[in-house]
Design a protein. Structure first.
Length: 211
């Protein structure tokens, strides 16, 4: 009777562990556009370089109209692989604004973009949201002269619905490129794996009692 009770407790504990969100694995930041990142996302680019303005691109809607520039014709520099996907992309310029909000429609748990500031090396923050909940705030100091960097994140426990970008240095403007979004199945969380292990232990103990 005592052994049966122990088995029951182990099984219940496993079910509880599997039902608890794995907070340690809630998001993953991506620092460079790797082969895996590129294969998991759709790259919507950065406009067509026409010097016109757009308010949306693919699933992305912009809080203000962005100017369609191109490197090196109307935007002078970017960066080179592997830091970025291309050294001569089409880019979207904020036109003097130091902030930009990207609102993402549909189901996407991976979102990223490359960014370079205008005229100075700036501290830039990109805050990723799932609804009203902040997933994480990525902060990088980006060189304005050929130093564009990737800001990208995978939410392993939900969707990314919005990104708020802020240039923290002197209110400078900036350009973004290779605006990308995708949806991938996250790996099992640590607690879920623990739960599966506990279920296996319970099954083994039950076999011993039955024998």
């Amino acid at each position: 009777m005592q052994k049966t009770s122990i088995i029951t407790l182990i099984a219940l504990g496993a079910l509880v562990a599997m039902s608890v969100p794995a907070h340690a694995d809630s998001f993953v930041t991506i620092s460079q556009p790797t082969t895996a990142y590129n294969s998991e996302t759709t790259d919507y680019g950065g406009g067509n370089g026409s010097i016109g303005t757009i308010n949306s691109l693919g699933p992305f809607s912009f809080s203000s109209a962005l100017t369609e520039d191109s490197v090196p014709t109307s935007w002078s520099t970017w960066n080179t692989p592997p830091a970025v996907d291309s050294s001569t992309p089409d880019v979207l310029w904020t036109g003097g604004s130091s902030t930009l909000t990207l609102t993402i429609s549909g189901t996407h748990n991976v979102v990223g973009f490359e960014l370079e500031p205008d005229f100075s090396n700036d501290s830039v923050t990109a805050t990723f949201y799932d609804g009203a909940t902040v997933i994480d705030a990525l902060n990088q100091t980006v060189d304005w002269n050929g130093g564009a960097l990737l800001f990208a994140l995978q939410d392993t426990s939900g969707d990314i619905t919005k990104v708020v970008i802020t240039d923290n240095t002197g209110g400078d403007s900036f350009a973004i490129a290779q605006v990308s979004a995708g949806n991938v199945t996250p790996e099992p969380g640590t607690l879920s794996l623990l739960g599966l292990g506990m279920l296996a232990l319970a099954k083994r103990a039950y076999r011993r009692v039955k024998a």
